[in-house]
Design a protein around this ligand. Structure first.
Ligand code: SF4
Length: 271
């Protein structure tokens, strides 16, 4: 009997995986080597020392490289174990575009809304879910609340293209209702994988859903804001959602106080 050549199973598995990705519309796999980081936010000049030391990116990176194990959602859909060494944002985006784990959302969405911005950003903004404008355009935070977020980012001396913006849910809940627990659970794996690849130093959670989902807590946003929390070694600041600020402009000063805390931690001087 012919002996099986070593490595043959591995090659077969690789070929099958590439064929599967090709069928999903993935035409090119990105390099997983990270170039020397092009920091989008200016490092503090020696003459302007940071108000607080920025945490070591390497420490955060080591933490977020923990493997993500497989899980079964409440709807019974198995989320496969993730081999982060082969994961890329285009691969996750293709999986999101084909995802139908949440029956209602998958049948009512115009398109999925994955995320936008610098894939090597030091700072991510995490919102709740796409709204009508985002569902139509396929990009997070492009409606009125998004325009206010852009103003907040620019007030921090940054541009939208400097940061990465994403939501907990990748599909719009009908009527902009609050995401249901099983929907958050279904989409959680995509979020964790996105953040593991981007490896930001800081995440700014916008609103209760983002904050409570990321930090796995039921503490209110009012009690979470104003201090730095931790998610897998990444600093997390929670503040009010821009949509809340549109309804309650008086809370803008609280958000600005939160952003000052975050910018000080990142070593970004504000005017
Ligand atoms: S919200 Fe997330 S888990 Fe649910 S269908 Fe959309 S992509 Fe899939």
């Amino acid at each position: 009997m012919a002996r099986k050549k070593p490595g043959r199973d591995a090659r077969t598995t690789t070929v099958q995986r590439l064929e599967s990705l090709a069928q999903s519309g993935v035409k090119q796999l990105g390099r997983r080597d990270r170039k020397p980081a092009t920091k989008v936010a200016p490092e503090p000049a020696a003459a302007n020392p940071p108000q607080a030391p920025a945490p070591k990116k390497a420490a955060a990176a080591a933490s977020v490289r923990e493997p993500i194990s497989s899980s079964t959602s409440s709807s019974g859909v198995q989320t496969p174990a993730t081999d982060l060494s082969a994961d890329t944002l285009p691969i996750i985006q293709a999986e999101v575009a084909a995802c139908t784990q949440c029956d209602e959302l998958a049948s009512t969405r115009t398109q999925t809304v994955f995320g936008v911005g610098n894939p090597k950003a030091r700072l991510c903004f995490l919102g709740e879910a796409p709204g009508a404008d985002e569902d139509r355009q396929g990009e997070p935070f492009v409606g009125r609340a998004g325009q206010l977020l852009t103003k907040i980012i620019e007030a921090c001396t940054l541009q939208r293209s400097d940061v990465y913006i994403l939501n907990v849910l990748k599909c719009r809940p009908p009527g902009n209702r609050t995401p249901l627990p099983h929907e958050v659970e279904n989409c959680r794996g995509f979020l964790d994988r996105q953040l593991a690849l981007i490896q930001p130093e800081y995440i700014c959670c916008l609103g209760a859903v983002a904050a409570q989902t990321l930090l796995q807590t039921e503490t209110t946003i009012g009690r979470l804001r104003g201090t730095i929390h931790q998610y897998r070694g990444i600093g997390v600041l929670c503040t009010y959602h821009p949509a809340y600020l549109l309804r309650n402009p008086a809370a803008k000063k609280d958000v600005w106080e939160d952003m000052k805390i975050l910018m000080a931690k990142m070593g970004i001087p504000l005017p």
